[in-house]
Design a protein around this ligand. Structure first.
Ligand code: SF4
Length: 895
C-alpha cells in the first residue's frame, strides 16, 4: 500500500453514494485509516459499511498503470496522439456529431467541467452524456418542468424537521445508509415523526416504517395522482400559494380527477389495501411538514418524469415547498451526479444550469468560453448514444470512469456496438473491467485518494475531495488527460489549466456570469478564491451569494418564464415490459447492501464481499415453488435479450410473481450474471432514463452435474465452468463453481484450475462412490489453493461459508492434522465459525450473533450491539439483526 502524502489527517469525501459523507484519511503506523468526519454536515462522523471499508480498497492491485493502444503498453505521447488524431480525423470526415463522450458521476466537478467544455464548446457537439442518466435524469426532467430549473429544494435538515417522511422508490437503508440513520435519529428525537415507505418489496427500509405500501410495480403515478385528487376533494390546498406561485393547477388537478374514482378503485389499481391508502392520504392531508423522498424506484421508469411530477404536484398544491421540514427530495445515486448536472454533463444541457435550446444561454456560454464551435442542438442521451454507435453513426466514443457494458440496458447489444466501433477510448483507474476489454486506447486515471477537486451531494452541498495518496507514476487526473487531448486538437489556450483550482474558479465565475438572479445555480461567493482558500474550502451548499443567503423557493419565486412553479397534468402509464405466458415474472433490479456499482472497488474488500457471495435472484417461496425452483438451487433466467444463471433465494419479502436481482455482478466477478443483459432499452420520453425496474423474464431450474468451491491466494481463470463466481475473501479469492458437462478427470481439471506445476505439492482425495473430490496445492507445505467438488446438484455443507478453511491460508506450513483436515473436509481443531457476514463494519457473522443471543439471553438489538458491536457503526445491518433476534426468540418459544 502507498503511504500518505502528509502525516496530518486529510479531510476528504467518500467516493460512493450521493449522501456525500465527509471522511478523514490518516497516516498511521499500520497504514492508512479512514474514519467519518464528525464536522461534515452530511454525516457528522457516521459512515456506512462501504465508507468504513475504504482503507481496504487503496492498493494498486488491478490498477491500470500505463497507457495502452490495442492492449500494448505505450507512452502517454503515443496514447494522447492516437486519441486526438483519431477524434480529429473522424470529426473532419463525418462531422462533430460522429464523436461522443460517455462520462460518469464518479468524475469530480472539475473533470466534468473540462470534458463538457471540450465537447460542447470546442468540438461542437452535445454528444456528452453520463451514467447519471441511468440514475436520476427523470428527477432532473421533472424539476425542470416544475421549477424551470434542476433544483433540489430540500436539505438533510428538512428530514430532521419533518413530521411525515414518505420514502418512495428507495431502499434508503441500503442505498443511502447514513441518510437512513439520520432519519432514525430524527425519529428518536421526535417520536411523532411518521414514516411511510412505498415499495413493492419489503426492504430493510421498512424496518422504520409506520406504514408500508407494497405497491404494484409501476403504479406510483396512479397513487400520487390519486393523492392530488383526494387533496382536491378534501379541499386541502394552499390557495394563496397556488394563486401567486403556481400555474397549470387546473389541468393537473383535472387530469388527476379524471383517473380517480373511489379510494377502493385506486386501491385495486395499485394492488394495495384500501385502509392503507386511506391512512397514507389522511397522514399526508394532516401533516404540513412532509418530505417526500424519492429515488431510482421512481426515476428508472419509462414514465419516470411523470412520476416525479406527480409527487411534486402534491407538494405545490399544498404549498409544502421552500419551507423548513417539507418538500419533494430527489436523492441522487452517485457521489457527484449533482456536480455533473451543475457543469452540464448531460447531453441536453449546457454548463452552469444553462440550456442548449435557450438562445441567450447559448450566447452567454459562447462568450464566456470564447467557444469557436458551441453546440447548436441537443446530443444523444445514453441509451440512444449507444444505439447510434451500434448503427455506425457515432464512430468514436471516449468512456470515462464508467462501465456501460454492464450498466446500460441490453448490455450485450452495447458490447456488440463497442466491438465494431472505429475508436473506443476508455479512461479508468482499473485495468480489468468489462468495458476496458474493448478499448482501442486505455488511459490510466487517478483513483479516489489520489484525486483532487470537488463533488456535490444530494442536498446541493459542495465538498472538497482531497488527495491523500501520491499519484502512481505514469497516471494522470482525468482533467489533465482531457486538457492534453484538447491541446493536441488545437485548443491549448482554452485548456491551459495548471491545477483544479483554476478550473473551479472558471466554473464558479460562469455560474455568476450575467446571472442577476435569473438562474438558481450561482457560486458567486466562491469566485476569486485564492489557492489556499480553495484548498481549505469547507463544505458549502449552493447557491452561494456574496451579500445575501438565498433559500431556494422560500419567496415563492421559481425559474420558469412566469416565475411561477408549474403543476404538470400527469396521465399515468403502465411499464412497457409486461408479463405474458412466455415471460411470466417481473424482474426488479437494484443494489446490495455492501457493494457499489460493478464492484471494481468495493469488490477488493473481503469484509464487504461476505454479505453476498453469489448472484442471487430473490423470489417469494410460493412463486419459486410454482416454477419448481428449490431454495439455494441454480436457475436460468432469460428473455429475448439474453440469459443469466444465478442462485435462487426464497424471500418472503417479495411480491408474488416478482423477482429481484442486484446490479453489481460483472464478468470480472461472475460468469453469467450481468443483470442488464436482460433489461430492455425502454426509456422515458422526456429524460431518456431506462426502465430498469420492470423487465418480464422467464425462469427455470438449471441443474448442474457438479458443484463446489475453490479458495486461492491467486486470482484464477476457470475453464469448463458454466457457472463461477469470484469474491474477495480472507484467504485471497473464493470461487463458487458449477458445471453441466460430465468431467473425465477431476484431478486433471482441478490441476488445470489451480495451475499445478512441478514446483508445487499436490494433495488430493476422491470418493467416486460418494461423489466427492478435494484437492489442495501447497508450496513448501504452505497452502496456496484448494478445491472442493461434489457430483450432482446438492450443495456441500461447507459450500456457503468455508470459513474454517480460510484460517488455514497463512504463511506457515500446514501441520499433519490440517493437511488431513483439508482433505477430509472437517476442521482438525475446534474453531469458532462466525457464519455469513451480517455486520460488515465489525465483521460479525450470523452464527456469532445467534450464539450470543442464546448464551447471554439477549432480548434487544441494542443488547446485541453492546455484546458484539454489530450494528454499532453504520447501522445498515440493524434490520437484519432484528430479524435474527426474532427468529431466535421464536426458536426458543418452540423448544
Ligand atoms: Fe459513502 Fe456510505 Fe456515506 Fe454513501 S452513505 S457517502 S457510501 S459512507
Amino acid at each position: 500500500m502507498a503511504s500518505a502524502i502528509s502525516d496530518h489527517p486529510i479531510k476528504t469525501t467518500c467516493p460512493y453514494c450521493g449522501v456525500g459523507c465527509g471522511v478523514i484519511a490518516s497516516h498511521e503506523p499500520a497504514g492508512i485509516t479512514i474514519k467519518g468526519d464528525s464536522q461534515h454536515p452530511a454525516n457528522y462522523g457516521r459512515l456506512c459499511s462501504k465508507g468504513s471499508a475504504l482503507a481496504e480498497t487503496l492498493d494498486l492491485q488491478g490498477r491500470l498503470l500505463t497507457p495502452q493502444i490495442d492492449g500494448i503498453d505505450c507512452s502517454w505521447e503515443q496514447a494522447l496522439d492516437k486519441v486526438s488524431s483519431g477524434l480529429s480525423s473522424i470529426i473532419q470526415q463525418y462531422g462533430a456529431d460522429a464523436v461522443a463522450f460517455y462520462v460518469s458521476g464518479q468524475l469530480l466537478t472539475e473533470d466534468y467541467y473540462v470534458a463538457n467544455k471540450l465537447m460542447k464548446g470546442f468540438i461542437g457537439s452535445a454528444n456528452i452524456d453520463t451514467n447519471s442518466r441511468l440514475c436520476m435524469s427523470s428527477a432532473v426532467a421533472a424539476h425542470k418542468r416544475a421549477f424551470g430549473s434542476d433544483t433540489v429544494p430540500c436539505t438533510y435538515e428538512d428530514l430532521e424537521n419533518a413530521d411525515l417522511i414518505v420514502i418512495t422508490g428507495s431502499n434508503l437503508a441500503w442505498c443511502h445508509p447514513v441518510t437512513y440513520q439520520r432519519i432514525l435519529m430524527a425519529r428518536k428525537k421526535n417520536p411523532q415523526l411518521k414514516i411511510v415507505v412505498i415499495d413493492p418489496r419489503i426492504t430493510a427500509t421498512c424496518d422504520i416504517a409506520d406504514l408500508h405500501l407494497a405497491i404494484k410495480p409501476g403504479a406510483d403515478a396512479w397513487l400520487f395522482n390519486g393523492l392530488l385528487a383526494w387533496l382536491n376533494q378534501q379541499q386541502v390546498f394552499d390557495q394563496a400559494f397556488i394563486d401567486h406561485h403556481c400555474e397549470g393547477v387546473e389541468d393537473s388537478v383535472h387530469a388527476a380527477l379524471a383517473g380517480f374514482d373511489t379510494l377502493s378503485a385506486l386501491a385495486e389499481r395499485c394492488d394495495l389495501p384500501v385502509e392503507a391508502i386511506s391512512l397514507f392520504f389522511d397522514w399526508f392531508t394532516a401533516t404540513e411538514k412532509t418530505v417526500t423522498l424519492f429515488s431510482q424506484g421512481i426515476n428508472q421508469s419509462s414514465s419516470g418524469t411523470d412520476k416525479g411530477n406527480a409527487i411534486i404536484n402534491c407538494h405545490l398544491y399544498t404549498g409544502r415547498i421552500g419551507k423548513i421540514g417539507m418538500g419533494p427530495f430527489s436523492i441522487t445515486g452517485q457521489p457527484n451526479a449533482m456536480g455533473g448536472r451543475e457543469v452540464g454533463g448531460l447531453a441536453n444541457q449546457l454548463a452552469a444550469h444553462m440550456e442548449i435550446n435557450n438562445p441567450l444561454h447559448q450566447q452567454l456560454v459562447k462568450e464566456f468560453w470564447q467557444a469557436p464551435n458551441l453546440c447548436q442542438h441537443e446530443g444523444f442521451k445514453a441509451v440512444e448514444l449507444f444505439d447510434r454507435i451500434d448503427k455506425g453513426e457515432v464512430k468514436a466514443v471516449w468512456i470515462m470512469a464508467t462501465n456501460p457494458v454492464d450498466s446500460l440496458p441490453q448490455a450485450d447489444k452495447v458490447r456488440a456496438a463497442l466491438n465494431q466501433c472505429d475508436l473506443v477510448i476508455v479512461s479508468d483507474c482499473m485495468q480489468q473491467t468489462d468495458t476496458m476489454t474493448l478499448a482501442n486506447v486505455a488511459l490510466p486515471a487517478l483513483a479516489w485518494g489520489e484525486k483532487d477537486g470537488t463533488v456535490t451531494n444530494s442536498e446541493r452541498r459542495i465538498s472538497r475531495q482531497r488527495a491523500f495518496l501520491p499519484p502512481p507514476d505514469n497516471v494522470l487526473a482525468d482533467w489533465q488527460i482531457i486538457c492534453q487531448v484538447a491541446a493536441r486538437m488545437g485548443y491549448a489556450e482554452a485548456f491551459a489549466y495548471q491545477n483544479v483550482h483554476q478550473i473551479f474558479d472558471e466554473y464558479a465565475r460562469l455560474t455568476d456570469y450575467q446571472n442577476n438572479g435569473s438562474r438558481d445555480l450561482n457560486l458567486q461567493a466562491l469566485t476569486g478564491l485564492s489557492a489556499e482558500q480553495y484548498a481549505q474550502l469547507e463544505p458549502v451548499r449552493w447557491p452561494c451569494l456574496k451579500h445575501q443567503q438565498a433559500d431556494l423557493f422560500s419567496d415563492g419565486h421559481f425559474y420558469t418564464a412566469s416565475g411561477k412553479a408549474r403543476m404538470m397534468a400527469v396521465t399515468p402509464r403502465q411499464p412497457l415490459s409486461l408479463c405474458d405466458s412466455n415471460y411470466p415474472l417481473l424482474l426488479n433490479t437494484g443494489r446490495s447492501r455492501d457493494q457499489w456499482h460493478t464492484m471494481t472497488r468495493t469488490g477488493k474488500a473481503a469484509r464487504l464481499s461476505g454479505h453476498s457471495l453469489e448472484p442471487v435472484i430473490s423470489l417469494h417461496p410460493q412463486t419459486a415453488i410454482g416454477f419448481a425452483l428449490n431454495d439455494q438451487s441454480l436457475v436460468e433466467i432469460s428473455n429475448a435479450n439474453g440469459k443469466l444463471i444465478a442462485r435462487c433465494h426464497y424471500d418472503e419479502n417479495q411480491r408474488a410473481n416478482q423477482a429481484f436481482m442486484p446490479i453489481h455482478w460483472s464478468e470480472q466477478f461472475a460468469a453469467n450474471a450481468r443483470v442488464d443483459v436482460l433489461t430492455h432499452a425502454h426509456t422515458d420520453p422526456f429524460s431518456g432514463q431506462p426502465e430498469f425496474k420492470q423487465t418480464a423474464i422467464a425462469i427455470k431450474p438449471w441443474t448442474p452435474l457438479w458443484q463446489g468451491f475453490l479458495l486461492s491466494k491467486r486470482r484464477l481463470t476457470l475453464a469448463e465452468c458454466k457457472y463461477w463466481t469470484r469474491t474477495k475473501s480472507k484467504a485471497g479469492w473464493l470461487y463458487h463453481l458449477a458445471g453441466n458437462r460430465a468431467v473425465e478427470s477431476w484431478s486433471q481439471l482441478a490441476r488445470n484450475w489451480l495451475c499445478d506445476d512441478h514446483g508445487s505439492e499436490w494433495i488430493e482425495y476422491q470418493d467416486q462412490h460418494g461423489g466427492y473430490y478435494r484437492a489442495a496445492r501447497l508450496n513448501q507445505g504452505i497452502v496456496d489453493s484448494c478445491v472442493y467438488l461434489t457430483f450432482g446438484d446438492a450443495l456441500m455443507d461447507s459450500q456457503d461459508d468455508p470459513q474454517w478453511l480460510q484460517t488455514l491460508f497463512t504463511a506457515t506450513p500446514l501441520d499433519k492434522a490440517d493437511r488431513m483436515a483439508i482433505l477430509s473436509g472437517e476442521p482438525a481443531k475446534q474453531t469458532e465459525d462466525p457464519g455469513p457476514t451480517i455486520c460488515a463494519c465489525f465483521s460479525v457473522g450470523l452464527h456469532q450473533i445467534s450464539k450470543a443471543i442464546h448464551q447471554h439471553k439477549l432480548m434487544t438489538v441494542e443488547q446485541i450491539t453492546a455484546q458484539l458491536q454489530a450494528g454499532g457503526n453504520c447501522g445498515s445491518c440493524l434490520p437484519e439483526l432484528k430479524k435474527i433476534l426474532q427468529a431466535e426468540q421464536l426458536k426458543n418459544l418452540k423448544t
